[in-house]
Design a protein around this ligand. Structure first.
Ligand SMILES: [Zn+2]
Length: 297
């Protein structure tokens, strides 16, 4: 039996309201996804638009939005632990900040974040609160050809405010890199909007672990207080060293936040699907073992 008119209208409104999240997308998200899909074969515009990415509150040097996605954890079951007064211990889920594309010519460091975002709905991942910046240097990636540095020619991964910056960053660049333009740290720490934005997100989100993705060294690097990871997929721990102004130095050494640096083996060709998955599974296993949820008082 067909439903009466008021019920049909109500059903129409219900369907319309269910569809709202898709309609309410920021227009910049749509054009950002289109632009990225044209540049990266592994990113589909249509699925990118559905991910819930939004422009952050700052822009790149050339005015592009810096996109971010926040994925809260599934509600935690009340802990079996009890306080002295018999109340269940309240915990907040561990927070994970994933940063892709800080070097614009490392295309796979953006593509793999899109693979991982497809898996955030799985039970293992839903234990955590995720914040994801898939492309933190859009001007570098979208330049023709793509380049490591941002729109001002600064290596963002040498522009973080480490305490040694003024003493070491420029001398290191001049003497050790022979003024390599790909490694210019800027004229002062946080001179670049992209660095200021990432720094702001770290201060706001207060992550328990930062995962920063690069290529093409095919290793795992680590800075920070927790037990170091030994192996994700085929990537073995191999410390590259600590650089003035790097994110690992800033986050891991000075902010005491574990920083995992994943160096994929190739900047333009993705690891095989099985290896993409193995890196993810090993990373989640390490986080589960070594990053404990914060207890709320
Ligand atoms: Zn890199």
């Amino acid at each position: 039996m067909s439903c009466r008119l008021p019920e049909r209208i109500a059903a129409t409104f219900l369907l319309a309201s269910l569809a709202l999240p898709a309609l309410a997308q920021h227009p910049e998200t749509l054009s950002w996804c289109d632009t990225l899909a044209q540049r990266l074969r592994s990113v589909e515009a249509e699925s990118c638009r559905k991910l819930g990415l939004e422009p952050g509150n700052m822009r790149s040097v050339q005015g592009r939005p810096l996109m971010i996605r926040d994925v809260p954890a599934a509600p935690l079951k009340l802990s079996a632990l009890k306080t002295n007064t018999g109340k269940p211990v309240q915990q907040r889920p561990a927070r994970i900040f994933v940063i892709g594309g800080i070097h614009g010519d490392e295309l796979t460091s953006v593509s793999i974040v899109f693979r991982w975002m497809d898996w955030l709905g799985e039970a293992e991942a839903r234990q955590y609160h995720w914040r994801i910046a898939p492309l933190s240097n859009p001007d570098g990636l979208l330049a023709r050809p793509s380049r490591r540095t941002n729109g001002n020619g600064v290596d963002l991964n040498r522009n973080f405010p480490t305490p040694d910056w003024f003493a070491d960053a420029l001398p290191y660049w001049k003497q050790r890199t022979k003024e390599d333009p790909r490694r210019f740290p800027g004229t002062k720490p946080m001179s670049e909007p992209e660095t200021r934005w990432l720094h702001q997100e770290i201060e706001r989100f207060k992550p328990d672990v930062i995962v920063s993705i690069h290529a093409p060294y095919g290793i795992l690097d680590y800075d920070g207080p927790a037990q170091e990871p030994r192996r994700f997929g085929r990537l073995n721990l191999n410390r590259l060293g600590v650089y003035p102004g790097s994110l690992g130095n800033f986050g891991g050494v000075h902010k005491n936040i574990p920083v995992i640096t994943i160096e994929l083996p190739n900047a333009t060709a993705m690891p095989a699907p099985k290896e993409q998955r193995q890196i993810w599974d090993d990373m989640l296993a390490w986080i589960k073992k070594h990053i404990v949820p914060q207890t709320l008082s």
